[in-house]
Structure formats: C-alpha cells, structure tokens
Ligand binder design. Sequence first.
Ligand code: SF4
Length: 290
Amino acid sequence: MLQQTQVKTVIPYFEKFIKKYENFNSLSKASENKILKLWEGLGYYRRARNLLATSKIIVKKYNSKLPRRIDEIKTLPGIGDYTSNVLAALIYNTPTLALDGNVKRVISRILNKEINKINFKHFKNINKKNLFNTNRNADFVEAMMEFGALVCNAKIPKCEMCPFKKNCRFYNSKKKIKQIKKEIINKNLNIFCYLSKKGEIALTKKNSLGFLNEFNLPKVETNKCNTNFKNWKLLSKYKNFISNKKLNINLYYQFSENIPSNYSWYSIKNNNEFMPSFTKKIFKQVSVLF
Ligand code: SF4
C-alpha cells in the first residue's frame, strides 16, 4: 500500500483491510473484486492484485508462512529488492538493509559516492565492516530509514549531531558529491475520447502507456506534436503528474456511434469504478459536454 503513497493516506485503508483479512488464509480466499473495492481510492490497483496472488502462493506453497530466504521472497508477485529485504528484516530479524531513497542517500554520503551508484554491492562491503553488530536487525533497518529522513536528510544534513561524522567521507571531504535531482520526464499525450449522446465514453485496455496499461483508457497517442486531427475537437490542454512523469495532455473528443472493436462504452457518471485519478480527470472534463 505504501508504494508511491503517503503513510497518512494509507493508514485508514490498512486498518480496514487488516480487519477484514487478518492473515494469508483469509486473504487467499477473497475475490479480486472484494479486494479492489477495499483498495478503491488508493490507486495503483496492481498492488492489490499482486497481494492477492502472493497470498495464494504463500498458502499453497509455503504453508501459509512467508518464506525466510530473501531470494525466495523476491519471487513473489510485485516484490523486488527493497520489499524482500525489508520483510526479511522486520519479520525474521535478518541482518540486511532496505535500500529506499533515504538509506541510499546515507550510504552515498558515508562513502561519498554518487547515489545512483549505490547498490547492494556497497552494502555488502559495509556489512563486512560490522555494520550489523547488533541482534536487533529489524530495528536497525527501520532506524536507517528514519536516520536518512530525520538526520542525514536530503536538503540540510544535521552533520554536527551525527554519530557517523568521524567516519563520514562526505562530512570530511573537501570534494563532496552532489545530490542528484530526480529526473522529470516530459511526455506529450494526445487523448481522444469517443463519446455517445447517452453520456458514455469509449475505453480500451489497448494502450501502450506502460505506467497505466492495466486500466481502461480512451484512445491515447504519445509524443505527437500535431494538434490538428480531422473529426476531433480540442476540449482542453492540461498537465498531469504521475510519479516522475510530467504529462502534457491535449484532450480531444468526437461524438460517434461507431467505435473500434476493442473499445467498450462506459457511463460518464460511473466514475467510481477502480480507475486511476488519470481517468477520473478525463471523465470530469468530458462531463461538461453533456
Ligand atoms: S555526517 Fe552528515 S552527511 Fe555524514 S552521515 Fe552524518 S548527517 Fe549524513
């Protein structure tokens, strides 16, 4: 739930979810629709589907218990390096690190190496130097994340109060590494909405937008600067930010009874289905035409 989503947003969803499905067994028996309903509003529904698929695998293959080995945890749907390490540490007290942005920054500063060059290889080197000289590995993983957020923070690290400053190469170096800003990717999108007089919009899953490819969307074309499309009327121009992508959108529409075969009609009023805010924004704009 926390992927790309703030803690304060997640808390009420998490509490409701855990009340309904308190273990892998109950979750594995749930229908996808019920899970998506509980997830409604959180977005990124792939996480919910992955969670459900994971619960089924854990019940069937691992006797309802999360496997202990990090490489085994990593084979579960939607689980990568970060999540597998954090789960192993928090649940089994495995000595490891969860390399989120904060922890990467701490390590990059201690080694005075650029953050995009920090990976598990560095962490293994640090490991040899007795970083894990504790039996509280679960606390250690959390402490590193908090340390990165509160002390060795992105803007002004609090070096004077830092217990690592004696050994920190960033603090002690005259040639300090520079912080790399998150790259913003600009994308131009033309969105074409087929509308019916009954207040419907035609949507399809056949879009090549990797970051939204599980959703029903209107016709979307990328990176075309042309703004003069025959039969299509321009409704609006707006920007939509998704993660590190800045989408410059031209929204077009036409009323038509005929739509391509891989499209289906959806009522504009029916905007509370499991759709991303990206689609909801489109619904809101075309609704002024009815
Ligand atoms: S000394 Fe400063 S830069 Fe180094 S780890 Fe501590 S807070 Fe971060």
